[in-house]
Ligand binder design. Sequence first.
Ligand code: SAM
Length: 289
Amino acid sequence: MLSISVKEFLFWKKKQLSKGGDHQSFNFLLNCIGGFSNSDITLLRINPESNLYIKKNLDYLESIWEDHLFNHKPIQYLCGLTFWRDLKLKVTDKVLIPRPETELIIDIVLDIFRNESQKIIFAELGTGSGAISIALALAYPLWYGIATDIDQDALEIANSNYINSSKQSNLKFCCGHWWTPVENFKGKIDLAISNPPYIPKNTYEKLPKEVKNFEPKIALIGGEDGLQHIREIIQKAPIYLKEKGWLILENHFDQGEKVKELFIKNKFKSVEIVNDLSGVGRFTIGRYK
Ligand SMILES: C[S@@+](CC[C@H](N)C(=O)[O-])C[C@H]1O[C@@H](n2cnc3c(N)ncnc32)[C@H](O)[C@@H]1O
Protein backbone atom coordinates (compact mmCIF):
# COMPACT_ATOMS: atom_id res chain seq x y z
CA MET A 1 0.00 0.00 0.00
CA LEU A 2 1.19 3.52 -0.81
CA SER A 3 0.44 6.52 1.34
CA ILE A 4 -0.54 9.90 -0.14
CA SER A 5 -2.10 13.02 1.32
CA VAL A 6 -5.83 13.48 0.90
CA LYS A 7 -5.25 16.97 -0.53
CA GLU A 8 -2.94 15.59 -3.21
CA PHE A 9 -5.42 12.83 -4.03
CA LEU A 10 -8.41 15.17 -4.33
CA PHE A 11 -6.44 17.55 -6.56
CA TRP A 12 -5.37 14.63 -8.76
CA LYS A 13 -8.93 13.27 -8.92
CA LYS A 14 -10.33 16.63 -10.06
CA LYS A 15 -7.65 16.85 -12.77
CA GLN A 16 -8.49 13.35 -14.08
CA LEU A 17 -12.23 14.03 -14.23
CA SER A 18 -11.62 17.33 -16.05
CA LYS A 19 -10.22 15.25 -18.95
CA GLY A 20 -13.63 13.62 -19.49
CA GLY A 21 -15.41 10.40 -18.61
CA ASP A 22 -18.01 9.79 -15.95
CA HIS A 23 -17.76 9.60 -12.17
CA GLN A 24 -19.09 6.05 -12.11
CA SER A 25 -16.27 4.70 -14.31
CA PHE A 26 -13.67 6.70 -12.41
CA ASN A 27 -14.88 5.39 -9.07
CA PHE A 28 -14.91 1.87 -10.54
CA LEU A 29 -11.22 2.28 -11.37
CA LEU A 30 -10.41 3.67 -7.91
CA ASN A 31 -12.29 0.82 -6.33
CA CYS A 32 -10.98 -2.07 -8.44
CA ILE A 33 -7.37 -1.04 -8.97
CA GLY A 34 -6.80 1.71 -6.41
CA GLY A 35 -8.33 -0.41 -3.68
CA PHE A 36 -10.74 2.09 -2.14
CA SER A 37 -14.43 2.83 -2.26
CA ASN A 38 -16.77 5.77 -2.69
CA SER A 39 -17.46 5.91 1.02
CA ASP A 40 -13.68 6.08 1.69
CA ILE A 41 -13.52 9.17 -0.52
CA THR A 42 -16.51 10.81 1.16
CA LEU A 43 -14.93 10.23 4.56
CA LEU A 44 -11.68 11.75 3.33
CA ARG A 45 -13.45 15.00 2.43
CA ILE A 46 -14.37 15.34 6.09
CA ASN A 47 -10.73 15.00 7.09
CA PRO A 48 -8.62 16.63 4.32
CA GLU A 49 -5.50 16.85 6.48
CA SER A 50 -5.14 13.07 6.75
CA ASN A 51 -3.41 10.52 4.53
CA LEU A 52 -4.86 7.70 2.51
CA TYR A 53 -3.56 4.35 1.33
CA ILE A 54 -3.77 3.15 -2.25
CA LYS A 55 -2.71 -0.10 -3.89
CA LYS A 56 -1.18 1.47 -7.03
CA ASN A 57 0.48 4.82 -7.57
CA LEU A 58 -1.41 7.74 -9.13
CA ASP A 59 0.62 7.67 -12.36
CA TYR A 60 -0.42 4.07 -12.95
CA LEU A 61 -4.10 4.85 -12.28
CA GLU A 62 -3.83 7.88 -14.57
CA SER A 63 -2.43 5.78 -17.43
CA ILE A 64 -5.39 3.40 -17.18
CA TRP A 65 -7.87 6.28 -17.02
CA GLU A 66 -6.34 7.80 -20.16
CA ASP A 67 -6.47 4.45 -21.97
CA HIS A 68 -10.19 4.40 -21.16
CA LEU A 69 -10.77 8.02 -22.21
CA PHE A 70 -8.66 8.29 -25.30
CA ASN A 71 -8.80 4.74 -26.70
CA HIS A 72 -12.42 4.13 -25.64
CA LYS A 73 -11.50 0.90 -23.88
CA PRO A 74 -14.24 -0.20 -21.45
CA ILE A 75 -13.18 0.36 -17.86
CA GLN A 76 -14.30 -3.20 -16.99
CA TYR A 77 -11.76 -4.71 -19.42
CA LEU A 78 -9.03 -2.41 -18.09
CA CYS A 79 -9.83 -3.44 -14.53
CA GLY A 80 -10.41 -7.06 -15.54
CA LEU A 81 -13.69 -7.32 -13.69
CA THR A 82 -17.30 -6.29 -13.48
CA PHE A 83 -20.17 -6.46 -11.01
CA TRP A 84 -23.40 -8.13 -12.08
CA ARG A 85 -26.28 -8.64 -9.63
CA ASP A 86 -24.39 -9.72 -6.50
CA LEU A 87 -21.54 -11.34 -8.45
CA LYS A 88 -18.02 -10.08 -8.95
CA LEU A 89 -16.91 -11.48 -12.32
CA LYS A 90 -13.60 -11.58 -14.12
CA VAL A 91 -13.89 -10.23 -17.67
CA THR A 92 -11.40 -10.14 -20.54
CA ASP A 93 -11.89 -9.19 -24.18
CA LYS A 94 -12.86 -12.85 -24.80
CA VAL A 95 -16.24 -12.26 -23.14
CA LEU A 96 -19.02 -9.72 -23.46
CA ILE A 97 -19.31 -7.45 -20.43
CA PRO A 98 -22.63 -8.66 -18.96
CA ARG A 99 -25.19 -5.86 -19.21
CA PRO A 100 -27.39 -4.53 -16.39
CA GLU A 101 -30.57 -5.14 -18.44
CA THR A 102 -29.71 -8.85 -18.67
CA GLU A 103 -29.92 -9.07 -14.85
CA LEU A 104 -33.70 -9.20 -15.26
CA ILE A 105 -33.47 -12.70 -16.79
CA ILE A 106 -32.77 -14.00 -13.28
CA ASP A 107 -35.88 -12.24 -11.93
CA ILE A 108 -37.96 -13.79 -14.73
CA VAL A 109 -36.68 -17.25 -13.72
CA LEU A 110 -37.26 -16.54 -10.00
CA ASP A 111 -40.81 -15.57 -10.86
CA ILE A 112 -41.48 -18.76 -12.87
CA PHE A 113 -39.73 -21.22 -10.54
CA ARG A 114 -40.85 -20.28 -7.04
CA ASN A 115 -40.43 -23.75 -5.60
CA GLU A 116 -36.75 -23.99 -4.71
CA SER A 117 -36.93 -27.66 -3.76
CA GLN A 118 -37.86 -28.64 -7.31
CA LYS A 119 -34.92 -30.38 -9.06
CA ILE A 120 -34.59 -29.30 -12.66
CA ILE A 121 -32.07 -29.31 -15.50
CA PHE A 122 -31.27 -26.00 -17.12
CA ALA A 123 -29.06 -25.05 -20.05
CA GLU A 124 -27.66 -21.67 -20.94
CA LEU A 125 -26.63 -21.30 -24.57
CA GLY A 126 -23.81 -18.77 -25.03
CA THR A 127 -22.75 -18.20 -21.44
CA GLY A 128 -19.86 -15.73 -22.04
CA SER A 129 -18.59 -14.70 -18.59
CA GLY A 130 -21.00 -17.23 -17.03
CA ALA A 131 -23.08 -14.50 -15.33
CA ILE A 132 -26.57 -15.96 -15.93
CA SER A 133 -25.68 -19.60 -15.23
CA ILE A 134 -23.67 -18.81 -12.11
CA ALA A 135 -26.47 -16.65 -10.69
CA LEU A 136 -28.98 -19.46 -11.32
CA ALA A 137 -26.73 -22.22 -9.95
CA LEU A 138 -26.28 -20.17 -6.76
CA ALA A 139 -29.97 -19.30 -6.43
CA TYR A 140 -31.03 -22.94 -6.94
CA PRO A 141 -28.43 -25.30 -5.41
CA LEU A 142 -30.60 -28.32 -6.27
CA TRP A 143 -30.68 -27.53 -9.98
CA TYR A 144 -28.21 -29.00 -12.44
CA GLY A 145 -26.99 -26.55 -15.08
CA ILE A 146 -25.06 -26.81 -18.32
CA ALA A 147 -23.48 -23.58 -19.52
CA THR A 148 -22.31 -23.66 -23.13
CA ASP A 149 -20.40 -21.44 -25.52
CA ILE A 150 -18.78 -21.75 -28.94
CA ASP A 151 -15.62 -20.17 -27.55
CA GLN A 152 -13.42 -22.28 -25.26
CA ASP A 153 -11.59 -19.16 -23.99
CA ALA A 154 -14.90 -17.69 -22.84
CA LEU A 155 -15.80 -20.96 -21.10
CA GLU A 156 -12.52 -20.92 -19.19
CA ILE A 157 -13.35 -17.47 -17.84
CA ALA A 158 -16.89 -18.58 -16.98
CA ASN A 159 -15.55 -21.65 -15.20
CA SER A 160 -13.09 -19.62 -13.15
CA ASN A 161 -15.89 -17.16 -12.27
CA TYR A 162 -17.97 -20.09 -11.04
CA ILE A 163 -15.13 -21.46 -8.91
CA ASN A 164 -14.52 -17.99 -7.44
CA SER A 165 -18.20 -17.41 -6.64
CA SER A 166 -19.20 -20.76 -5.26
CA LYS A 167 -18.22 -23.99 -3.60
CA GLN A 168 -21.06 -25.78 -5.36
CA SER A 169 -20.73 -28.29 -8.16
CA ASN A 170 -24.12 -28.05 -9.87
CA LEU A 171 -22.89 -26.32 -13.02
CA LYS A 172 -20.88 -27.78 -15.92
CA PHE A 173 -19.32 -25.91 -18.83
CA CYS A 174 -19.36 -27.41 -22.34
CA CYS A 175 -18.08 -26.06 -25.64
CA GLY A 176 -20.00 -26.16 -28.92
CA HIS A 177 -22.52 -24.65 -31.32
CA TRP A 178 -25.83 -23.76 -29.59
CA TRP A 179 -27.63 -27.01 -28.64
CA THR A 180 -24.80 -29.38 -29.70
CA PRO A 181 -23.13 -29.57 -26.25
CA VAL A 182 -26.42 -30.81 -24.75
CA GLU A 183 -26.92 -33.67 -27.25
CA ASN A 184 -27.23 -36.10 -24.33
CA PHE A 185 -30.12 -34.14 -22.81
CA LYS A 186 -32.65 -34.45 -25.65
CA GLY A 187 -36.15 -34.05 -24.20
CA LYS A 188 -34.76 -33.58 -20.67
CA ILE A 189 -34.21 -29.84 -20.30
CA ASP A 190 -36.73 -28.01 -18.11
CA LEU A 191 -35.40 -24.53 -18.78
CA ALA A 192 -33.19 -23.09 -21.53
CA ILE A 193 -31.94 -19.54 -21.50
CA SER A 194 -29.97 -17.58 -24.02
CA ASN A 195 -28.81 -14.04 -24.60
CA PRO A 196 -27.51 -14.78 -28.09
CA PRO A 197 -25.81 -12.38 -30.50
CA TYR A 198 -28.74 -10.41 -31.97
CA ILE A 199 -27.35 -7.19 -33.45
CA PRO A 200 -28.17 -6.86 -37.19
CA LYS A 201 -25.01 -6.66 -39.33
CA ASN A 202 -25.61 -3.05 -40.43
CA THR A 203 -26.33 -1.89 -36.88
CA TYR A 204 -23.11 -3.52 -35.68
CA GLU A 205 -21.11 -1.27 -38.01
CA LYS A 206 -22.59 1.78 -36.25
CA LEU A 207 -22.01 0.63 -32.67
CA PRO A 208 -19.96 2.89 -30.37
CA LYS A 209 -16.19 2.32 -30.42
CA GLU A 210 -16.31 1.06 -26.82
CA VAL A 211 -18.32 -1.92 -28.02
CA LYS A 212 -17.19 -2.44 -31.62
CA ASN A 213 -13.45 -2.14 -31.01
CA PHE A 214 -13.27 -4.23 -27.86
CA GLU A 215 -16.14 -6.64 -27.28
CA PRO A 216 -16.04 -9.98 -29.15
CA LYS A 217 -17.75 -9.72 -32.53
CA ILE A 218 -18.97 -13.29 -32.18
CA ALA A 219 -20.95 -12.25 -29.09
CA LEU A 220 -22.78 -9.46 -30.91
CA ILE A 221 -23.66 -10.06 -34.57
CA GLY A 222 -26.82 -12.00 -35.33
CA GLY A 223 -26.56 -12.09 -39.15
CA GLU A 224 -28.26 -9.74 -41.62
CA ASP A 225 -31.49 -9.25 -39.65
CA GLY A 226 -30.08 -10.03 -36.19
CA LEU A 227 -32.36 -13.06 -35.85
CA GLN A 228 -30.10 -15.77 -37.32
CA HIS A 229 -29.12 -17.32 -33.97
CA ILE A 230 -32.47 -16.69 -32.28
CA ARG A 231 -34.19 -18.52 -35.17
CA GLU A 232 -31.89 -21.54 -34.87
CA ILE A 233 -32.21 -21.72 -31.08
CA ILE A 234 -36.03 -21.60 -31.22
CA GLN A 235 -36.33 -24.10 -34.10
CA LYS A 236 -34.20 -26.72 -32.34
CA ALA A 237 -35.56 -26.11 -28.84
CA PRO A 238 -38.40 -28.69 -29.18
CA ILE A 239 -35.79 -31.48 -29.54
CA TYR A 240 -34.15 -30.64 -26.22
CA LEU A 241 -36.90 -29.24 -24.01
CA LYS A 242 -39.06 -31.42 -21.83
CA GLU A 243 -42.78 -31.20 -22.35
CA LYS A 244 -43.81 -27.84 -20.81
CA GLY A 245 -40.15 -26.79 -20.64
CA TRP A 246 -39.40 -23.07 -20.74
CA LEU A 247 -37.31 -21.11 -23.22
CA ILE A 248 -36.23 -17.59 -22.23
CA LEU A 249 -34.45 -15.40 -24.78
CA GLU A 250 -33.05 -11.91 -24.70
CA ASN A 251 -33.49 -9.96 -27.93
CA HIS A 252 -32.75 -6.56 -29.47
CA PHE A 253 -35.05 -3.68 -28.45
CA ASP A 254 -37.22 -3.97 -31.60
CA GLN A 255 -37.28 -7.76 -32.14
CA GLY A 256 -39.89 -8.75 -29.53
CA GLU A 257 -42.85 -9.24 -31.91
CA LYS A 258 -40.79 -11.17 -34.48
CA VAL A 259 -39.32 -13.44 -31.81
CA LYS A 260 -42.81 -14.00 -30.39
CA GLU A 261 -43.99 -15.11 -33.88
CA LEU A 262 -41.06 -17.55 -34.10
CA PHE A 263 -42.01 -19.07 -30.73
CA ILE A 264 -45.63 -19.49 -31.82
CA LYS A 265 -44.65 -20.92 -35.24
CA ASN A 266 -42.59 -23.56 -33.41
CA LYS A 267 -45.54 -24.62 -31.25
CA PHE A 268 -44.65 -22.78 -28.04
CA LYS A 269 -47.48 -21.83 -25.68
CA SER A 270 -47.78 -19.08 -23.02
CA VAL A 271 -45.58 -16.86 -25.21
CA GLU A 272 -44.94 -13.44 -23.71
CA ILE A 273 -42.75 -10.43 -24.33
CA VAL A 274 -41.26 -9.14 -21.09
CA ASN A 275 -40.13 -5.52 -20.82
CA ASP A 276 -36.83 -4.46 -19.30
CA LEU A 277 -36.66 -1.65 -16.74
CA SER A 278 -36.78 1.01 -19.47
CA GLY A 279 -39.99 -0.43 -20.91
CA VAL A 280 -38.31 -2.12 -23.90
CA GLY A 281 -39.58 -5.58 -24.96
CA ARG A 282 -36.20 -7.11 -24.20
CA PHE A 283 -37.11 -10.74 -23.42
CA THR A 284 -39.37 -13.31 -25.02
CA ILE A 285 -40.44 -16.34 -23.06
CA GLY A 286 -42.49 -19.39 -23.91
CA ARG A 287 -43.31 -22.93 -22.90
CA TYR A 288 -42.96 -25.87 -25.24
CA LYS A 289 -46.48 -27.36 -25.58
C1 SAM B 1 -24.49 -11.70 -26.21
S1 SAM B 1 -23.23 -12.80 -25.62
C2 SAM B 1 -23.98 -13.27 -24.08
C3 SAM B 1 -23.00 -13.65 -23.03
C4 SAM B 1 -23.62 -13.84 -21.63
N1 SAM B 1 -24.60 -14.91 -21.63
C5 SAM B 1 -24.26 -12.57 -21.15
O1 SAM B 1 -25.50 -12.48 -21.11
O2 SAM B 1 -23.53 -11.63 -20.81
C6 SAM B 1 -23.45 -14.20 -26.66
C7 SAM B 1 -22.56 -15.39 -26.37
O3 SAM B 1 -22.87 -16.41 -27.33
C8 SAM B 1 -21.68 -17.04 -27.74
N2 SAM B 1 -21.91 -17.61 -29.08
C9 SAM B 1 -21.84 -16.99 -30.28
N3 SAM B 1 -22.12 -17.84 -31.28
C10 SAM B 1 -22.37 -19.04 -30.70
C11 SAM B 1 -22.71 -20.32 -31.22
N4 SAM B 1 -22.85 -20.54 -32.52
N5 SAM B 1 -22.90 -21.33 -30.33
C12 SAM B 1 -22.75 -21.12 -28.99
N6 SAM B 1 -22.42 -19.94 -28.45
C13 SAM B 1 -22.23 -18.89 -29.30
C14 SAM B 1 -20.63 -15.96 -27.72
O4 SAM B 1 -19.33 -16.49 -27.64
C15 SAM B 1 -21.07 -15.14 -26.50
O5 SAM B 1 -20.40 -15.57 -25.34
